[in-house]
Write a protein that binds this ligand. Structure first.
Ligand code: G3H
Length: 538
């Protein structure tokens, strides 16, 4: 606490290197290769970081962005449809090497904007500066890894296969128009882990930036414009519920890719008139559990739980959102957990070593307060000293125990710095929790007993998509499959899987006889076809 009893500081106390040079008022958006001017309504971008002013605490305004209407959204859709041109457009029919060249050029331009984008991530969503920089760099690494993976796929496809008298070449082809929407918690990284693979596979893109974490995309629009043909990347700005339904109802979207809530994904999918034509690549809600048994190394279980539950204020889809601890060790675990949580540094996102920062969703503190009150009303207690405290957009990390099935925190995805801890007697209890859960992303097991760990792995691999042993839940490394069961995901993402998800295997085949052999040889040697080709990307 500062002397004025607030976490928030005055503007003049913010170190200059973290400030934006000026507010950013975006008055244009990218559509059909043109930065279209916008003089309609805008929405102010208010940081989760408040500053002390003579009139009291105020969210710092960092700029504004356009609130477009259905009309502009439909124009962007038309541009994407025209650029795809039923698969005959320049982009879907260009060579893999050409597409790679464009993405590489874009990445170089993107790197030039690193400083500004990192600052905007920090200011828009309150992510610690170091983590904002990590998000940017991880995204660049992801793009380069995607390029390498695509070269690899292409090399494997640059050959003919002969099977049962049929000669064929099998390659991956694009799917069409992709509507891409990312989340606020990884506004750059998670958006680009779908947008870039979709783009590089030859699809055309309609991209709606997240509601929080919008402005940080603005410095990249010029690079999209310069590096890709007109209509290949188009942006839509505005309220999702106003601009997205008509796009889906048009039936012209071939792939919906959304990292967000299952409720929104459900509604959008149902709007498409041809359900079977629409592909969906979705990363959705999760309620990952940690299970801590008496055979666990308690210090390790505590440090991983703290990391897993509270990194970026618990605002990760992979966060540990409920902890099951065996009654025998519950007291010892809670004591250590409370101490570890109290050691976490709270403060402003530019502060070195800060762990907990203000929350970007304006209604989140009230929701988290309701979760805490509900837990207390149903018999839980706040275990750590600062637990339950709040100030404006800031919510202190709060450990609650004992949590039971009557509480909101037992089932709801809090997506915030609350750590609900449930005592158990028998391992069947957390197993049944996962069976009954509507989510199925990951689980963390803490035990050093090989028999016990093995007895948990087998039932749990059929409930979730990743079982972490003595470690927190996480998405990375990005080469590993990232997916989920039930309401947690549709499709699989990883560097390679994403390339597969945004394309379809396509075969050109013929009966192997002298005539067809000659025909194919001619096409290949004259380089008449981009598909039927043995060109090898080095
Ligand atoms: O919000 C979900 C992210 O994909 C989590 O990624 O586990 O690397 O933080 P992470």
């Amino acid at each position: 606490m500062t002397t004025t009893e607030t976490l928030f500081v005055r503007e003049d106390q913010i170190p200059g290197e973290f400030l934006l040079d000026e507010q950013i008022h975006q008055k244009e958006y990218l559509n059909n290769g043109v930065m279209q001017k916008w003089d309609g309504p805008s929405t102010p971008v208010l940081s989760p970081v408040l500053v002390q002013t003579p009139a009291g605490l105020k969210r710092k305004e960092i700029g504004s962005y356009p609130v477009c209407t259905e009309k502009e959204a439909m124009e962007a859709l038309d541009a994407a449809v025209a650029a795809y041109n039923n698969g005959r457009g320049y982009w879907p029919s260009s060579s893999i090497q050409d597409r790679i060249d464009c993405v590489e050029k874009f990445t170089r331009r993107m790197i030039d904007k690193r400083d500004l984008v990192v600052k905007l991530i920090m200011w828009e969503i309150g992510k610690p500066f170091a983590d904002s920089a990590k998000e940017f760099d991880r995204t660049v690494e992801y793009i380069y890894a995607t390029i390498d993976a695509l070269k690899d796929i292409d090399r494997q496809s640059s050959r003919f296969e002969i099977e049962q008298g049929i000669i064929a070449q099998i390659r991956r082809s694009p799917l069409g128009v992709v509507l891409c929407m990312g989340p606020f918690n990884y506004p750059l990284n998670e958006t680009f882990t779908t947008l870039i693979p979709a783009l590089i596979m030859g699809n055309t893109i309609l991209f709606k930036p997240p509601k929080h974490g919008t402005l940080l995309h603005y410095p990249l629009l010029e690079a999209f414009k310069e590096c890709f043909p007109a209509g290949v990347v188009n942006t839509i700005y505005g309220r999702g519920h106003t601009i997205v339904p008509a796009i889906m109802q048009s039936g012209k979207v071939n792939v919906l890719t959304l990292i967000g809530s299952s409720k929104v994904a459900d509604q959008l999918k149902k709007l498409h008139p041809k359900v079977n034509r629409l592909r969906a690549i979705l990363g959705l809600d999760a309620k990952n559990a940690a299970i801590i048994t008496p055979a666990a190394d308690l210090d390790l279980a505590v440090s991983e739980t703290v990391l897993g539950a509270l990194s970026f204020n618990g605002q990760r889809c992979t966060a540990i959102k409920i902890v099951f601890v065996h009654k025998q060790i519950a007291d010892a675990f809670l004591k250590k957990l409370a101490i570890a949580v109290e050691k976490l540094m709270v403060g402003m996102p530019w502060e070195k070593g800060v762990a907990l920062t203000p929350l970007p969703e304006p209604n989140k503190p009230a929701y988290l307060k309701a979760c805490i009150e509900d837990a207390l009303a149903h018999g839980a207690q706040v275990v750590n000293e600062r637990g339950g405290k709040m100030e404006e957009s800031f919510v202190y990390p709060t450990v609650l125990y004992p949590v039971n099935k009557n509480m909101m925190l037992y089932r709801e995805e809090q997506f915030g710095p609350l750590v609900p801890v449930v005592p158990f007697d028998d391992l069947e209890e957390p197993i049944n929790y996962l069976i009954e859960s509507t989510h199925g992303q990951q689980v963390s097991l803490f035990s050093n007993d090989p028999e016990e760990v093995a007895s948990l792995i087998d039932p749990l691999v059929n409930q979730v998509s990743r079982v972490n042993i003595n470690s927190q839940c996480q998405r990375g490394p990005d080469t590993f499959p990232f997916t989920g069961r039930k309401d947690s995901a549709e499709g699989t993402l990883s560097v390679v899987d994403a390339l597969r998800a945004f394309s379809i295997r396509t075969v050109v085949a013929t009966k192997l006889n002298e005539n067809n052999k000659q025909l194919i040889n001619n096409i290949v040697s004259d380089q008449n076809s981009a598909f039927l080709s043995t060109k090898f990307i080095i």
